[in-house]
Design a protein. Structure first.
Length: 134
């Protein structure tokens, strides 16, 4: 599997829409590095959430799935949208994996629970056209 593009929207420390593109022709290795608290673990948890519906925050992690700043900007009763998209190639085909969850702001963050959940996960398969020599 070769990941070509990742879009993260309001997932944990990632505020708003964040797009990361990878050029598979440039390199076969991607290095993710940064100081403590800059989102490396959240980036990996994003992939776990996207592919397995489990961000695996661990028992001592009390941070929510949604970005707190985006949550606080919503008016009472509105929802903050957490979403993601991963484009990848595998065995000559291109795929897109998308996921969306809406979290209600009906409660304060400290007492927040998932009020409304819209789960939408789909995979689109795009077959490449092979060049045929006739």
């Amino acid at each position: 599997m070769i990941i070509t593009n990742v879009e993260i929207n309001n997932f944990r420390c990632y505020y708003g829409k964040n797009n990361i593109s990878f050029d598979p022709t440039e390199s076969k290795i991607t290095l993710i590095w940064g100081d403590s608290g800059y989102g490396k673990s959240s980036f990996l948890q994003f992939f776990r959430w996207m592919f397995y519906s489990d961000p695996d925050f661990g028992v001592n992690d009390d941070k929510p799935l949604f970005n707190i700043a985006a949550y606080n900007e919503c008016k009472f009763g509105e929802a903050v949208t957490v979403s993601g998209q991963i484009d990848f190639e595998h065995l000559g085909s291109s795929y897109r994996l998308s996921r969306v969850e809406n979290w209600s702001t009906a409660l304060k963050y400290s007492n927040s629970t998932l009020q409304r959940r819209i789960y939408k996960l789909y995979v689109k398969i795009y077959r490449r056209k092979e060049n045929s020599a006739n």
